[in-house]
Write a protein that binds this ligand. Sequence first.
Ligand SMILES: Nc1ncnc2c1ncn2[C@@H]1O[C@H](COP(=O)(O)OP(=O)(O)OP(=O)(O)O)[C@@H](O)[C@H]1O
Length: 247
Amino acid sequence: MNKNLVVETDNLTKTFLGKEVIKGCNMHVETGMIYGFLGANGAGKTTVFKMLSGLLTPTMGKARILGMDIISQRGGILSEIGTIIETPIFYEHLSATENLEIHLAYMGKDNSDIVSALAKVGLNDTGSQPVSTFSLGMRQRLAIARAIIHKPKLLILDEPINGLDPIGIREMRDFFIELVKTQGVTILISSHILSEIEHLADIIGVIVNGTIVSEVSMTKVKAEYPSGLEAYFMDIMNGRRGHENTN
Ligand SMILES: Nc1ncnc2c1ncn2[C@@H]1O[C@H](COP(=O)(O)OP(=O)(O)OP(=O)(O)O)[C@@H](O)[C@H]1O
């Protein structure tokens, strides 16, 4: 195992009803990096994220997070990661603060940072307003607050900017970059908004039909594709570019 890797998977495989949707998936996410995980609809991004977060059990293969095995050491991993996967579920009748209090109690942490976490995501003036009255963007902001409030070392974010307005997208981008710079957090993020990944990511991983076919630095992508990440992604999708792995 490579000590610099926060996430390392070795031939991870997931079968649903006899169909292999993740096949021999090898992912390498280095400490302090923002890893942009790209793939077409149905390629397998959410399934990989669910296995890493303990929501699904792999059919075969291995994965380690912060050196811990995702199956045998699942309990140890949960307090070290923050996740947004699919539509976040909240206690609808409770406020943002109360939802975060419950989350922190579940994580066994104290409540001291709730005010600042809500301020960071722009929800500090929601008071006792129940989550059931929140807009899509407000729910997404609360999901981000919940993902970061227990100070995880790794964030796994599946389409985290869904529903955010342009200002919110910009704020969250700056916020994620600040988390990496000031707290050494590692971020694994998926988005279909390639321009956003281009702004954020240090490393790009591309999954095609359940297999990661490419892991390259954004610097390399920019050098080879001055027009941007979309051209690189399209070349992979169209088979104009071979598989590559810098790890
Ligand atoms: N519980 C399940 N049972 C059966 N098939 C599933 C299940 N979950 C996912 N799949 C299938 O696994 C494949 C990968 O789905 P997944 O949601 O991981 O893709 P994705 O890359 O996140 O897609 P999108 O970009 O559309 O969100 C799809 O073919 C999907 O239909």
